[in-house]
Design a binder for this molecule. Structure first.
Ligand code: RNT
Ligand code: ZN
Length: 434
């Protein structure tokens, strides 16, 4: 008699679990032979939060109900079905995403994602507009980070916000920044740890400006006005993010890297480094240990630049691994906050969150499994030959077996099995969003 299909399924999953366990034990032995403690690495990994960017779920549209173009030099391409159109849809999508990413992670909200029963101007937003996020977050055990929204608004249409030549427009955006800090501090108070409020403005110009100086002076003064009120750092941390160029700001960006580096050092603010905001051969992995000499903390926007786009889904690239290696090697985990920043509307948006987040975690795991002590000894001894040999050998270590084991112990699907849940959700939920 033939077995019932369900018996087959059980046999299969039992034997695949056994194989996975065997792979894991072999992997542990291999890492041990290099002096690496796998269990300790996994324990450490489970304590590192990523901040997931809310804007991947709805193509950076938000819930203001306006039809303003995204602007700010940002562009989202693709029309994959299933974009979240409401707060509830976005939360539902996030809940599925978190269930497929091992560990406890944060949510990075933009100000335009509040709950606005009727139109509220950006300089008038209040904690109450984010109360449902605060409640949802505490119920989901998710902590929040925040961002003022300096784009997708008529007062940002000509490419300038905080650095605008018009004092009235500047004032409007300063007040938006002030309102956002109050909201972020309330989030920090509710969750018992600081909410990072990251300021990015699109300000810049398509063609060569006559004055590079004046807008920078205005931006610095406007930022100082935004940051005037002191908040307890246990509630709120202010971050500032630079950019190289955007659509419409090809020739000049007011908030360039040098601008914000000097600003963050002089004001002791958190510096945000977005991996997609530098020249193509320039990497943020090399900047981490340099800028942390002068700024107190860093926020990373883990992203992937491709030619002129700065925001492709994060893949398991050399640079991603280099970033995480630097964070771990430098023992910076208490000073570096890891956020994601990309938007892709050409693939399933939940898959985009899950793929990028899981890659960031895999890269962190690879860094935690590096025999750093041994590499440092070889370097100190001047044995660069063995250093290179060992670094290269690292690339073939059985990271996947450890990762799959980690996923299983954290109750999330190992390998690509998370895709089944996304496909099912696509069928039952996303396909009904028309
Ligand atoms: C823009 C910046 C910024 C945004 C988000 C939406 O180039 O990277 O972080 O992506 O604020
Ligand atoms: Zn960014």
């Amino acid at each position: 008699m033939r077995d019932k299909p369900s018996d087959h399924a059980n046999d299969d999953s039992n034997s695949s679990e056994k194989i996975a366990a065997a792979y894991y034990h072999m992997a542990v032995e291999q890492y041990e032979s290099l002096g690496v403690d796998v269990e300790a690495a996994l324990k450490r990994l489970s304590t590192i939060p990523l901040s997931l960017h809310c804007w991947q779920g709805d193509d950076v549209v938000g819930f203001e109900g306006s039809n303003a173009a995204i602007g700010g030099g940002l562009a989202v391409t693709g029309n994959y079905p299933g974009r979240a159109r409401t707060l509830d849809e976005l939360r539902e999508d996030l809940e599925l995403s978190y269930s497929l990413i091992p560990g406890q992670h944060r949510l990075n909200l933009h100000a335009m994602y509040g709950e606005f029963p009727q139109h509220v101007e950006r300089d008038q937003i209040e904690v109450k507009h984010f109360q449902s996020w605060i409640d949802w977050a505490s119920q989901q055990n998710v902590c929040l980070d925040f961002n003022p929204s300096y784009f997708a608004h008529p007062k940002a249409d000509d490419g300038y916000t905080l650095a605008h030549a018009d004092a009235g427009i500047r004032r409007f955006w300063i007040d938006h920044g002030i309102a956002c800090r109050k909201i972020a501090a309330a989030m920090g108070a509710a969750q018992g740890n600081p909410c990072i409020n990251n300021v990015w403005v699109p300000d810049g110009s398509k063609d060569t400006p006559a004055s590079r100086k004046a807008p920078r002076e205005r931006l610095a003064a406007a930022l100082d006005a935004v940051f005037q009120q002191a908040f307890d750092p246990s509630l709120l941390l202010d971050a500032v993010e630079c950019k190289l160029f955007g659509l419409g700001s090809e020739s000049y960006v007011v908030g360039s890297h040098e601008f914000y580096l000097s600003y963050a050092i002089s004001r002791q603010k958190v510096l945000c480094l977005d991996a997609g905001h530098f020249h193509p051969t320039e990497v943020i992995s090399d900047k981490i240990s340099a800028v942390l000499m002068g700024v107190p903390q860093l926020l990373l926007h883990v992203s992937r630049g491709v030619r002129w786009d700065s925001d492709h889904v994060v893949t398991f690239s050399d640079e991603l691994q280099a970033i995480m290696l630097e964070v771990v090697r430098g023992d910076y985990l208490s000073r570096v906050h890891i956020g994601l920043d990309y938007f892709d509307a050409s693939i399933n948006r939940i898959a985009a969150w899950v793929i990028g987040s899981r890659n960031a975690l895999k890269a962190l795991l690879a860094a935690l499994l590096e025999p750093t002590e041994r590499l440092l000894q070889l370097e100190a001894a001047g044995d660069y030959t063995a250093r290179l040999a060992l670094m290269e050998e690292q690339k073939l270590m059985p990271l996947g077996a450890v990762w799959n084991h980690y996923c299983q112990t954290m109750n999330v699907p190992p390998a690509v099995r998370w895709l089944e849940a996304v496909r099912k959700y696509e069928c039952n939920v996303l396909s009904r969003r028309t």
